[in-house]
Design a protein around this ligand. Structure first.
Ligand code: FES
Ligand code: FES
Length: 161
């Protein structure tokens, strides 16, 4: 067994894991059910988290390799009562249907907007390339990311009185 300390959504968290345990399994064991298990082999993006600010598929990261790291999950980004603008944009744009892909999509969008504040559609498609959605057809998800970018840049249109 390996002793690991993670900063999980801002809280220092100590745990003991198997040497070959994957970060996804550790996070879900720690109660982070907002991190979804889909393919389990790094191809669907549902288990995405930000590890030290970088988007990773937690199902293919060894927890031991993340020791000392900072992990952000969708629940750490915002809550139902206090959502992050990206989360609000997904809801407003109708980009959430079953919701299974949404935590990973939102984090992929954050990873993009952190470095490219005003992405074009191609950049958004590229950034979300590793995140699959079986419900929405992606158009509303792209709309949501564009809308979030405008909000974060303070460029929301103010409705005329
Ligand atoms: S569950 Fe990790 S990428 Fe699909
Ligand atoms: S909303 Fe159902 S998988 Fe994307």
């Amino acid at each position: 067994m390996v002793n690991v300390t993670l900063t999980l959504n801002g809280e220092k968290t100590a745990c003991t894991v198997l040497p070959d345990e994957k970060l996804l399994d550790t996070l879900r064991r720690l109660g982070r059910t907002d991190v979804k298990k889909g393919c389990g082999e790094g191809t669907c993006g549902s288990c995405s988290v930000l590890l030290n600010g970088r988007l990773v598929a937690s199902c293919i990261v060894f927890t031991a390799a993340a020791d000392g790291g900072e992990i952000l999950t969708a629940a750490g980004l915002g809550t139902a009562d206090n959502p992050h603008p990206i989360q609000s944009s997904f809801v407003k744009a109708g980009a959430v249907q079953c919701g299974f892909c949404t935590p990973g999509m939102v984090l992929a969008a954050k990873a993009l907007l952190d470095v490219v504040p005003e992405p074009d559609v191609q950049q958004i498609k590229l950034a979300l390339d590793g995140n699959l959605c079986r419900c929405t057809g992606y158009v509303k998800i792209i709309d949501a990311v564009q809308s979030a970018a405008r909000t974060l840049a303070g460029k929301d249109e103010v409705p005329h009185a």
